[in-house]
Design a binder for this molecule. Structure first.
Ligand code: HAM
Length: 421
């Protein structure tokens, strides 16, 4: 077809997928609510600087994946690639900063990354996430993980594993970075170009590498957890103990550094066995105690996670939910058009889902439309029904037909389809 196609890496969601995503968000917000989290919404675009400073200018997200543009006022703006830096900005720019700490926030909405499109990987995708701001207690790290875990369970997602690590903080990271450099530098020339650049700019990034040619050296690389200072060690132990209390199984993964620069101490991802390669992560998160200062605000430690909703929905049998039965109302002759509209509106006011066809096409064409619509019931009104004050109701599943009083339509429909509410 010669028409204009949708941009690469985007998708048009048909009703079933929209419903599944909305349900995943609704269940997420409900679970988050049980832990005291409240929903916020931030703009879809932000000052570019927010992500350059927050996410970090050595990351793939900032270097290669941002949708950045100059608006008519000459400002550099970026379609948000993630929700954490915006949440911290919103915290400082709103009344939230006067609220009792910690502040517990939840959000859902579209994110944008100029990523290589693939299964479960889009350029516009949706995240559900939470952020806890203003508190350093390591038990909160376990709380956000527990919340995410319960959400996945409520959606029926199985086959997941929680990958957990601590990447230290400003105190212990310099020694770790030096050890990494010592490990790789003698073999620098053998490394792929991209990994050489990573080592020069931000050595921790190399642990993220998916480049062929680095695997062997990566497998023997020093582990973050062997370099933790006493503060980080103690915090990590407390996270592990809290996770045990929540009865959440985890796998320690000393290579999990995550793709964004703002993390300190705890980092985690949930992987799924069916999502392979670079897009196997269902959600990711961690602690980001220094992010607020990176953005130019006073200190506000935080921890949170975000999940890719497209990936979650792909794996969530419960997300689809049952479709409500629909009724299709049609006028068999033109004289019944107004009555059909009135009856349809009355049912809609009562909360029912009604498709209405009062138009002039033939009865045969309308019946075909009704059958194709997936409706559970067709209500037919023509000259004969108008004269008698009735409506003909046909159950599409088995063809059962009945003549009912038009005034009593709602109740009669309920009798015909018991789960019709
Ligand atoms: P992230 O790991 O960059 O973390 O993204 C979180 C999740 O978003 C991923 O695990 C994945 O499911 C989904 N995702 C990322 N890129 C794509 C894509 N191109 N297509 C589809 N899904 C994708 C963050 O964004 C952090 N803000 C998480 C966080 C919150 N950390 C602390 N608080």
């Amino acid at each position: 077809m010669a028409g204009i196609s949708r941009p690469r890496g985007t998708d048009d969601l048909l009703p079933a997928r929209v419903a599944a995503r909305e349900r995943a968000v609704a269940v997420g917000m409900e679970v988050a609510g049980r832990y005291g989290y409240q929903r916020i919404e931030t703009p879809v675009f932000e000052a570019t600087e927010l992500f350059v400073r927050g996410v970090g200018d050595t990351t793939d997200v900032v270097n290669r994946e941002m949708y950045t543009f100059t608006d008519r006022g000459g400002r550099s703006l970026t379609l948000r690639p993630e929700g954490t830096a915006p949440a911290v900005r919103a915290f400082w720019e709103s009344d939230l900063r006067q609220a009792p700490l910690p502040v517990r926030l939840a959000y859902a909405g579209p994110m944008f990354r100029y990523d290589r499109p693939g299964r479960g990987r889009y350029r516009q995708f949706n995240q559900f996430g939470v952020e806890v701001l203003g508190d350093t207690e390591p038990e909160l790290d376990a709380e956000v993980i527990a919340l995410a875990w319960r959400w996945l369970a409520a959606l029926g997602v199985a086959g997941t594993s929680l990958q957990l690590n601590s990447i230290g903080d400003g105190e212990c990271r310099p020694a770790y970075r030096a050890a990494l450099l010592d490990h790789f530098e003698p073999h620098l020339a053998q490394l792929p170009e991209l990994d050489q650049a990573r080592l020069r700019r931000n050595p921790l990034r190399i642990l993220d590498s998916k480049e062929l040619g680095s695997e062997e050296l990566l497998a023997t690389a020093p582990r973050t957890t062997d370099f933790l200072c006493s503060g980080c060690r103690e915090a990590f132990d407390r996270v592990l103990q809290a996770l045990q209390a929540y009865r959440i199984p985890f796998a320690l993964n000393p290579r999990l550094v995550r793709g964004l620069d703002y993390y300190v101490r705890t980092t985690f991802e949930v992987w799924h066995e069916d999502l392979r390669g670079a897009q196997n992560s269902l959600f990711g998160g961690g602690r980001y105690d220094g992010l607020s200062e990176l953005l130019g605000y006073p200190a506000a430690p935080g921890v949170g996670f975000a999940a890719g909703l497209e990936r979650v929905v792909l794996l969530a049998p419960e997300a689809a939910g049952p479709q409500p039965p629909v009724v299709f109302l049609l006028a068999a002759q033109p004289a019944a058009a107004a009555t059909v509209i009135v009856l349809a509106e009355r049912l809609r006011e009562r909360g029912h889902e009604v498709i209405c066809d009062p138009g002039r096409r033939s009865l045969k064409a309308k019946m075909r439309g009704a059958e194709r619509s997936g409706a559970a019931l067709v209500v037919i009104l023509g000259d004969a029904e108008l004269a008698a004050g009735t409506a003909t109701v046909r159950r599409l599943g088995d063809g059962h037909q009945a003549e009912v009083a038009a005034d009593d339509l709602e109740q009669q429909l309920q009798v015909l389809v018991p789960n019709w509410n």
